[in-house]
Ligand binder design. Structure first.
Ligand SMILES: C[S@@+](CC[C@H](N)C(=O)[O-])C[C@H]1O[C@@H](n2cnc3c(N)ncnc32)[C@H](O)[C@@H]1O
Length: 289
């Protein structure tokens, strides 16, 4: 895409800039919403102030910052990386290019745990925590639970720790771990092991929207030739880290359900599928026999 010709920063009103943003983002399905979100971010304004006085002048620095954000959005940088925030389970979470932007369908994992939890002192492991979205939502919902959140990426853990601190959640322990490596030999056994693992196959990678492929962390998405690399490791090893009767609950991709179900042997019972709001099989639950 050719860069948009940038007007010189001057004394434009907020409304002028909003209109300019909409025209620069023309062709995007949510141009109006995106222009507004980026303008509020650049001008550090709450929405009410914008609506109360859209004709007030925008400071030149905020204008320049807005035009830079719009230009990045035109290049495909995800909106959440530009604002630095994404909502999950009705909580605003900080996000950076070190973590996957949490998706609404992942809330199905949280719902499933809440459905199965006894509300007693349960232990929960969230593997591949990214921004910490699942772990933090559950720590808030289940005040008796002890939550451990692990990720192979130290950068992701930094973002997740920051999110836990800003939500004043102290009961989540964050650990660097390649799958279960940090727990091997510790005798740790959990009531729930949860994961939204990478599950994109190499073939699917090329057909992902450029916005995802070029800007979100590859390690958070790509899982070998089949897309099932991490899921099969989970199915093979999670049983050793679950209490008898404990649950493994994880997200899957489109078209993976049958292959994933075939990974579970006699060690597992109550293998169930939960569908997301788009009607896709999204979350698998399996109980350690
Ligand atoms: C799909 S993202 C999910 C992030 C977050 N839980 C969410 O729902 O948005 C997968 C996460 O798994 C992490 N990951 C990838 N391979 C891993 C491994 N072998 N062990 C632990 N974490 C891993 C990535 O760093 C990434 O944060």
């Amino acid at each position: 895409m050719t860069p948009a010709k940038r007007p010189e920063p001057g004394s434009k009103s907020l409304l002028d800039l909003y209109r300019l943003g909409v025209s620069l983002l023309e062709g995007r399905p949510q141009a109006g919403l995106e222009a507004k979100v980026l303008l509020l971010k650049a001008a550090a304004l709450p929405e009410e102030r914008y609506f109360a006085a859209p004709d007030s002048p925008c400071p030149p620095r905020a204008e320049a910052s807005f035009l830079r954000l719009v230009e990045k959005r035109r290049r495909g940088v995800p909106l959440s990386y530009l604002t630095g925030v994404k909502e999950f389970w009705s909580m605003p979470l900080r996000v950076s290019p070190s973590v996957l932007v949490p998706r609404p369908e992942t809330e199905v994992i949280v719902e499933k745990v809440l459905e199965l939890s006894t509300r007693e002192k349960e232990t929960i492991l969230d593997l591949g925590t990214g921004s910490g979205n699942i772990a933090i939502a559950l720590a808030k919902e289940l005040p008796q639970a002890r939550v451990v959140a692990a990720d192979i990426s130290e950068r992701a853990l930094r973002v997740a720790r920051g999110n836990a601190a800003s939500h004043k959640v102290k009961r989540v322990e964050f650990l660097k771990s390649d799958l279960f490596s940090a727990f091997r030999g510790t005798g740790a056994r959990f009531d729930f092991i949860l994961s939204n693992p990478p599950y994109v196959s190499r073939a699917e990678w090329d057909s992902l929207p450029a916005e995802v492929r070029e800007f979100e962390p590859r390690r958070a998405l790509l899982a070998g030739d089949s897309g099932l690399e991490m899921i099969s490791r989970l199915a093979r090893r999670a049983g050793s880290f679950l209490r008898p009767g404990g649950y493994l609950i994880f997200e899957i991709g489109d078209g993976q359900r049958d292959r994933v179900l075939s990974l579970f042997g006699r060690r597992w019972t109550e293998i169930e599928t939960a569908w997301d709001l788009a009607g896709k099989p999204r979350v698998i639950t399996a109980r350690r026999a």
